[in-house]
Design a protein around this ligand. Structure first.
Ligand code: AMP
Ligand code: MN
Ligand code: MN
Ligand code: MN
Length: 290
């Protein structure tokens, strides 16, 4: 028998300037390679606009490459992220679905700025825009960078805590894609859908069970077990959930920026050896550098 395939430095979750990261796809590929990543995917929020560059940069950097995206979904009133991997970059229905999911971000951002103005923070929309690399993808992260740069908060996590989460002045409730649509777009484009960082959602156990069950019913097959936003206890819990629900396990840093992310590209524990890794199924979708 061959060595367990779970032992691979795969990083299948990170962000570029095409969404809310600060590096270019080329800089990310070079950094991943320098950090010893063996299989890489760029997963910008609701956007595949960086993937041709990422694919070419992966080839230059000598990385095995999978296409990727992280789709914003609303499930049981909570925002959930679904990562798609290994889909066809040019799939039209996926492009259209993502375009619709991105739509409304500008209006949401104007409403966020209005909420911040009410607590005395003026000009936040224009301020956030200065950090935006993709005009269709203004996000809370860009507001956070602006409020740190202007000295309102010491770091981005303080901005989220004080201003950008449920019930705070800059928070605007928003309806993203449905779980069903997001999974369908990915699967119909030949890819695998993966529940991103399940440890981050404020679900009751019943709601979490419903998320996993419905995700699988729609054709979802994977779950992130080892990610930058999971604790060691989360690794154990979601390894068990992966086994219980017979899901493939994924691994990704969720790297956004050298200045903000505490988990660098590829700098994660390996997947627990007894899990089936997503790359086992995605074998035929991996682009190899030569
Ligand atoms: P949005 O899609 O505009 O709602 O922004 C979501 C993004 O905000 C996530 O992808 C993270 O990059 C970032 N984010 C969410 N919560 C936090 C937090 N507590 N601290 C820092 N960044 C966060
Ligand atoms: Mn993000
Ligand atoms: Mn996410
Ligand atoms: Mn992410």
């Amino acid at each position: 028998m061959s060595a367990p395939t779970a032992i691979l430095n795969a990083d299948l979750h990170c962000h570029s300037q095409v969404s809310d990261g600060t590096l270019t796809p080329e800089q990310l590929a070079a950094r991943a390679a320098a950090n010893g990543v063996e299989l890489w995917a760029l997963t910008d929020h609701d956007e595949v606009g960086g993937l041709h560059r990422a694919r070419d940069a992966a080839a230059v950097a000598g990385l095995n490459y999978l296409t990727g995206a992280e789709i914003s979904v609303t499930f049981a009133g909570i925002t959930v992220h679904i990562v798609g991997l290994g889909f066809d970059i040019d799939d039209r229905a996926l492009h259209e679905g993502l375009r619709r999911t991105r739509g409304g971000r500008e209006e949401r951002a104007r409403d966020m700025a209005a909420g911040l103005a009410q607590v005395g923070i003026q000009g936040a929309f224009e301020g956030a825009l200065q950090y935006v690399g993709n005009p269709e993808l203004i996000s809370r992260t860009h507001f956070a960078r602006h409020l740190v740069a202007t000295g309102v908060c010491a770091d981005t996590s303080e901005v989220f805590r004080r201003f950008l989460t449920e019930g705070k002045p800059g928070f605007v409730p928003f309806k993203w894609a449905t779980l069903r649509d997001a999974v369908r777009w990915i699967v119909d484009a030949g890819g695998m859908a993966v529940i991103a960082h399940p440890g981050r959602y404020a679900f009751t156990p019943t709601e979490e069970y419903a998320l996993f069950t419905e995700f699988i019913a729609h054709g979802g097959q994977g779950v992130e077990v080892v990610t930058g936003s999971h604790t060691t206890a989360d690794y154990v819990k979601y390894a068990e959930m992966a086994k219980e629900f017979d899901l493939y396990a994924s691994r990704g840093s969720d790297f956004h920026s050298p200045d903000e992310s505490h988990t660098d590209l590829g700098a994660l524990p390996f997947l627990p050896g007894q899990l089936k890794p997503v790359w086992e199924v995605l074998e035929g979708r991996i682009l190899r550098p030569h």
